[in-house]
Write a protein that binds this ligand. Structure first.
Ligand code: AMP
Ligand code: MG
Length: 311
């Protein structure tokens, strides 16, 4: 996407109000948390979430952490019971993300969860993050505000150095306190999915011993249990074979089209929703060629995994 003007906002009432307005309009806003600066977008808005991946230059659609102001709000989006509820009560707000089953009617973009039926939720303690989440009054998807593969930003200047022109604004509230990403816990049995700012020992005082990551569930940044359609996928197809449904891209005849105008951000925004819809038709899916530039890399990565033989 072409560059846009990035505003630097103060974490005062006027700055937070402007940041919330930008989020509500589908914009991207970086904001401080106690761990690192996040790159936030409305977690219900497919295009905003696709823009996060585009701005970061992420080669893959791994699921994003959704930020909310408190446990009560988190429960609109996920079922937080048992040990997860005990952890939320013990450590929220704080540097802990909980992976929990999606709640009915959650309304989150499938791109946020990478099509999974679970979501990672966090309640940040930083006052600027709390203010923004309360004024915006909605779920904010936010990975760290750095280009993919670069170091996580702990100041607004770091954010600007990496992403100036790729987001609408950054809320500047000085340096982050923790500087480490949040600890992620989830799965059944409950496992440490990523070490981070909250120590495993502290978590285990509430839960007892956690299973290690990779117990067949997830590994940090690399999910082994990706959403996979039931239907078989045939890639780089220009037309459907008899019996197939066609997922198009660009101007063409198709059953569903990722983006008639050939816009990769729109295509990313539609990817999981369209795959789910076509999958429900219980027929093999042919997929049109997608360019490999920009977000096309992540789209092709996701399609290649969905098309790979199941083991
Ligand atoms: P971040 O880049 O800091 O937003 O971290 C996101 C990471 O959280 C992902 O790479 C996953 O490892 C983890 N994660 C997010 N959502 C889920 C989920 N639904 N299930 C398992 N892990 C998740
Ligand atoms: Mg990161």
């Amino acid at each position: 996407m072409t560059d846009i003007e990035t505003a630097v906002l103060r974490a005062d009432a006027a700055g937070i109000a402007e940041a919330a307005r930008l989020l509500a309009a589908g914009g991207l806003v970086s904001f401080p948390t106690e761990t690192v600066y996040g790159l936030g977008g409305d977690a219900r808005n497919d295009i905003a979430v696709a823009r996060i991946f585009d701005a970061k230059g992420r080669p893959r659609f791994n699921p994003l952490i959704v930020h909310v102001p408190d446990l009560e709000t988190a429960r609109r989006f996920a079922r937080i019971d048992g040990p997860l509820a005990a952890l939320a009560t013990g450590f929220w707000p704080g540097p802990l993300s909980l992976v929990a089953p999606l709640a009915d009617g959650h309304g989150l973009s499938p791109l946020v969860t990478a099509g999974l039926d679970t979501v990672a939720l966090r309640v940040p303690a930083h006052p600027a993050a709390q203010d923004l989440l309360r004024v915006f009054d909605g779920p904010v998807a936010a990975p760290s505000a750095n280009r993919s593969g670069r170091i996580s930003p702990t100041t607004a200047a770091h954010v600007m150095a990496g992403l100036n022109g790729k987001l609408d604004a950054v809320v500047d509230a000085g340096a982050c306190a923790v500087g480490l990403e949040s600890t992620i816990v989830g799965g059944d049995p409950l496992a440490l999915l990523r070490p981070g700012g909250l120590a495993q020992d502290d978590i285990e005082t509430i839960t007892g011993p956690l299973a290690g990551a990779g117990a067949g569930i997830t590994a940090p940044g690399q999910l082994s249990s990706h959403y996979a359609p039931d239907a078989t996928l045939r890639l780089n197809a220009n037309t459907a074979h008899p019996g197939e449904v066609l997922l198009g891209f660009g101007p063409m005849q198709s059953d569903l089209n990722l983006s008639v105008s050939g816009d990769l951000i729109e295509a990313a925004a539609n990817l999981f929703g369209h795959l789910h819809s076509l999958d429900a038709m219980a027929r093999p899916i042919a997929v049109a060629p997608i360019p490999k530039c920009g977000l096309g890399q992540a789209i092709n990565d996701r399609l290649a995994r969905a098309a790979a033989p199941r083991g």
